[in-house]
Ligand binder design. Structure first.
Ligand SMILES: NC(=O)c1ccc[n+]([C@@H]2O[C@H](COP(=O)([O-])OP(=O)(O)OC[C@H]3O[C@@H](n4cnc5c(N)ncnc54)[C@H](OP(=O)(O)O)[C@@H]3O)[C@@H](O)[C@H]2O)c1
Length: 200
């Protein structure tokens, strides 16, 4: 399984830190020449590798960590996203519901990335919190996952476990997934709730 993060801003870097902490290789890409941020990537860890967008999208699991408005540009990187799983970390706060045809923002994203399976996740925490070690107080920081494809949510859940988080599946994008969707001037009820799960 190979991994990439598209976007190397606040969230892209926070996710890259999570991969680096566990020694799991991940590609990072932006619109820029990878040489321009290779040193920043390497400063996070030796397994964080700056690539072109075209190279990065060869990965199996791809975190979409760009501003919501930029997702159609990223989608142009491949003619089809069949066989790829996208983890949608975008928050569509401020985007009018009419622009999303009144559907959850992640479903609008899934339609643009034709053929993909999409999991909404890792988006409910601020970047500074997401960047921290998820092992805390004897438990693990929770990340929420929502998808219309249960097998894809399981696959991303496995990765979340490897990264040290406690994944909680919320069901489909229009069901529990609405708890972690932002649109218009509203935030889903679970957004910004920094929760820790204690196993035992
Ligand atoms: N910040 C938070 O605390 C937070 C929390 C939860 C969720 N989110 C969501 O996460 C997403 C990213 O937020 P952020 O704060 O990390 O934004 P950011 O700091 O502005 O970073 C955005 C990144 O996307 C890259 N980018 C823009 N257009 C691109 C394209 N067409 N192809 C590839 N890369 C592109 C930018 O690089 P270049 O412009 O240099 O190419 C930049 O590295 C947003 O949707 C936001 O709503 C943010």
């Amino acid at each position: 399984m190979s991994y990439a993060i598209i976007g190397f801003g606040n969230i892209g870097r926070a996710l890259a830190q999570a991969f680096s902490r566990k020694g799991i290789e991940v590609s990072v890409a932006t619109t820029r020449d990878p040489e321009s941020f290779a040193a920043d990537a390497a400063a996070i860890g030796p397994k964080v590798v700056a690539k072109t967008l075209a190279e990065a999208v060869k990965a199996d699991l791809i975190f979409l960590a760009v501003r919501f408005e930029a997702h159609p540009d990223v989608a142009k990187a491949l003619p089809t996203w069949q066989g790829k799983t996208i983890i949608d970390v975008t928050n569509a706060y401020g985007v009018p519901p009419e622009q999303l045809a009144k559907q959850p923002s992640s479903r609008a994203v899934a339609q643009v990335f034709s053929g993909t399976t999409l999991v909404k996740g890792f988006n409910h925490l601020g970047a500074a919190v997401l960047a921290q070690d998820p092992a805390l107080q004897g438990g693990r920081r929770v990340v929420f996952l929502a998808s219309d494809d249960d097998a894809a949510a399981d696959k991303v859940g496995e990765l979340a476990e490897h990264l040290g988080f406690a994944p909680i599946k919320l069901g489909g994008l229009s069901e529990g997934g609405l708890l972690v969707q932002a649109r218009g001037k509203s935030w889903g009820h679970l957004i910004f709730k920094d929760l820790v799960k204690f196993d035992g």
